[in-house]
Ligand binder design. Sequence first.
Ligand code: ZN
Length: 204
Amino acid sequence: MQGFILHTQKVKDEDLIVSILSPKRFIKTYRFYGVRHSSILNGYKIDFSLDEHPNFLPRLKDVLHLNFSWIMHREKMFIWQEFIRLLFNHLKDTEVIEEFYFLLLEECVKRFEKQNPKRVIVDAYLKILEFEGRLFRDFICFSCEEKIQNQITLIRAFLPSHNHCALGYEFEEKKIKYFYENQNSRIFNDEEIQNLYNLIKEGL
Ligand SMILES: [Zn+2]
């Protein structure tokens, strides 16, 4: 089967606990050091099989690294691994998982080839919020519960607020609306993308 490595943890000498996001499951596996080495790095997509053990984590075996065309692009890889860390923290206590997350990562890998990776992550995060029912489309300030107009300040998890009610980044209401309706961040300039990206880094 296939999956994305979301996290690795060293245990006992060189053994690893490897957390993998497959289409339907979030799997914690154990990988023994030795035998045959293949790359186990956060964010890598792999083909693999499991040796189930009744009283222990399944063993990870037959690992084949499935390369991305941009894997040698340092900045893209850095941004990718940053997103993977955030996603791991978000999903780590889940076991049965909807295919949405795996498919989203596959889409991101493709879009990373040609697009600004931060824009790709911003779009992906909007899809996560929408999928999880956490996207606030009516601009009511989370702090004072009054309507917000013209300029929307967003904070972590894209919660909307007035500029004077919370510390975040300000955006034009019409741009946010466009972004939410089209699920595409093309309306934002690079500085705005960076600001949205900074909010994502605070945690999914
Ligand atoms: Zn307010």
